[in-house]
Design a protein around this ligand. Structure first.
Ligand SMILES: Cc1cc2nc3c(=O)[nH]c(=O)nc-3n(C[C@H](O)[C@H](O)[C@H](O)COP(=O)(O)O)c2cc1C
Length: 318
């Protein structure tokens, strides 16, 4: 599987961009377990161009993120051009453009999934990024269309290919669906057939076995996993086991990339995902949500024998 001139081993199984969760520590863990590619949380091109400090913290990379990928969002081709030209973006090997975000705060500005209703502007954005990217591949992530009556994924992907996109990720839901219902893989398959560039299918993949089946059955070049990796980065490993040490390593990495106060708050969210599906952890969750230091987090986890809970999940799967 190739994106531009970058070659990936098969099967290609990447971590989908996840705002609020796809921080550097989490991406590092996902790569350790075998994710083919990890993508930053979506980053505003306006925020970058205006030098917003919060925006720039989203650009930190883990040492194992090679090749690397940044996801940008916005609606003005000029801002995309300027953002991709910024020296802070030189370290990224792939530039991905968000054309799938359904959040009203984003779409009402013509950004994210709103671009699927404006293919000519979307194409201008791709061209602006290609012009600025200095030979690096530019990719697009989009949905099926606005709603069930206006599915335009295959047409849209063709337009993106013509504008210079090197690969497409298709999330098999409409904007109206949000994250509900199930992903329509037959529509993803139709999009994969419509273009010559690699299409990465996305939606409801929960294991490497799912990933391989999707690649085989729908003609996609690879898949991206979003929610299936939350609290479960081991999903990328061939030998998928819930490992107790994953949580501790995740906390350790969070402290490398974030000030402790922020790391603890970020880890609260992740730990809630790690503990989802476990039983008898109500008290532990409450303690986690009021912990203020990493030491408190770790001591609560150890006291509650959290590792046993994770091992129990392995047994459940059998
Ligand atoms: C919490 C959360 C944050 C997300 N943030 C982004 C984002 O920043 N950029 C993007 O393109 N998609 C984002 N998505 C969508 C996912 O990348 C993915 O397309 C979607 O979750 C479907 O895949 P899944 O069924 O494997 O979760 C987000 C999804 C979730 C649940």
């Amino acid at each position: 599987m190739k994106i531009g001139s970058i070659t990936f081993a098969d099967p290609f199984v990447s971590l989908a961009p996840l705002a609020g969760y796809g921080d550097t520590a989490f991406r590092r863990i996902c790569r350790e377990y075998g994710a083919s590619l990890t993508v930053t949380e979506m980053v505003s091109v306006k925020g970058l161009v205006y030098g917003n400090e919060k925006t720039e913290t989203l650009l930190s990379l883990a040492p194992n993120e090679s090749p690397s990928c940044v996801q940008l969002f916005g609606s003005d081709p000029e801002y995309f051009y300027k953002a991709v030209k910024l020296p802070q973006l030189n370290k990224f090997d792939i530039i991905d453009i968000n054309m799938g975000c359904p959040v009203p705060k984003v779409t009402k500005c013509g950004e994210g999934s709103a671009l699927m209703s404006n293919p000519s502007l979307a194409a201008d954005i791709v061209r602006a990024c290609v012009d600025a990217a200095n030979g690096r591949p530019v990719t697009v992530k989009h949905r099926l269309g606005q709603n069930g009556d206006s599915i335009n994924s295959a047409e849209f992907a063709k337009t993106m290919q013509k504008a210079g996109a090197a690969a497409i990720t298709v999330h098999g839901r409409t904007v109206k669906q949000g994250y509900g219902g199930s992903a329509a893989w037959d529509e993803i398959g139709k999009t994969a057939k419509a273009v010559d560039i690699p299409v990465i299918g996305n939606g409801d993949i929960l294991s490497i076995a799912d990933a391989k089946a999707a690649i085989k059955n729908y003609g996609v070049a690879g898949v991206a996993i979003g929610r299936g990796a939350l609290g479960h980065p081991e999903v990328f490993a061939e030998q998928d086991k819930h490992m107790p040490e994953t949580l501790l390593k995740h906390i350790e990495y969070a402290l490398l990339y974030l000030p402790e106060r922020v790391a603890v708050r970020t880890m609260r969210k992740h730990l809630c995902k790690y503990l989802a599906g476990t039983t008898g952890t109500k008290e532990l969750r409450l303690k986690i949500n009021t912990a203020e230091t990493a030491e408190q987090l770790i001591s609560e986890l150890v006291k509650a024998d959290y590792g046993k809970q994770r091992y129990l999940r392995n047994e459940e799967k059998q």
